[in-house]
Design a protein around this ligand. Structure first.
Ligand code: AMP
Length: 222
């Protein structure tokens, strides 16, 4: 059983790295942002509660986040463990998590703000099937069109300069104390997120003492 948290600013590739680990090790990959987006798209009650906060690039309240995480992990479908992405983002969330689960490691992807801006503003998502693209690293074959379903590619509602500036500020004021809390428990593994995704994955695995990624590691994950 492996229980990991992956942390890093938006655009640091935490979703991609978490997905590579999850697929290979059979972990449940829980992204709180994905859960919220699912609810927003389906106009659920939770979706209505978080939509505006997300669009403004602000953080959803701790109570709502905590109950969302509890509900997802409460499904207990994680026989081989889980990797949590986009959580915790406040000290309170971190404390709740430490009290409730034994964590094996916190993977911290380190990326300078200038590189974050370049990457995030290049992100696109298919409005029909939800596939992720990036105009730097994973371009669609035809501009503005999804390779898989032909849907229109759009920016996420919160990937604007203004929202990004707020998210970066929030990230640094909130994430640094969380990392300190985890560092105090000797959980944190810091990895440079600037190299390409497979090099970053190799580095993570070597820090965690995991075997090298096998099989179809080069399939793009976005
Ligand atoms: P992400 O996909 O991780 O960038 O999350 C998208 C948005 O969902 C964030 O900008 C927040 O508004 C909200 N969100 C996701 N995870 C959390 C969290 N742990 N705490 C508070 N808000 C969150």
């Amino acid at each position: 059983m492996r229980k990991y948290v992956i942390m890093g600013v938006q655009g640091s590739g935490k979703g991609t790295q978490a997905a590579l680990l999850a697929r290979d090790l059979d972990l449940v990959h829980m992204s709180v942002g994905d859960i919220f987006r699912w609810h927003v798209q389906r106009h659920t009650k939770l979706g209505a509660q978080v939509r505006r906060i997300m669009a403004a690039g602000e953080l959803v309240g701790d109570d709502l986040v905590e109950s969302t995480v509890r509900e997802r992990l409460g499904m207990h479908d994680w026989n081989y463990g889980f990797i949590v992405d986009g959580f915790p983002r406040s000290r309170r969330q971190a404390e709740f998590f430490l009290e409730s689960y034994d964590i094996d490691a916190v993977i911290h992807l380190d990326l300078p703000d200038g590189e974050v801006r370049r990457r995030v503003l290049a992100r696109r998502i298919c409005s029909r099937c939800g596939l992720d693209y990036n105009l730097i690293a994973h371009r669609p074959r035809e501009e503005g069109r999804c390779d898989v379903c032909g849907g229109d590619l759009v920016s996420r509602e919160d990937d604007t300069e203004e929202a990004l500036a707020i998210r970066l500020r929030e990230y640094h004021t909130k994430a640094d104390p969380i990392l300190e809390l985890f560092r105090g428990k000797e959980f944190v593994v810091t990895v440079d997120a600037r190299p390409d995704k497979l090099a970053v994955q190799r580095e993570i695995r070597s820090h965690l003492g995991l075997p090298a990624l096998a099989g179809k590691a080069s399939v793009p994950l976005g």
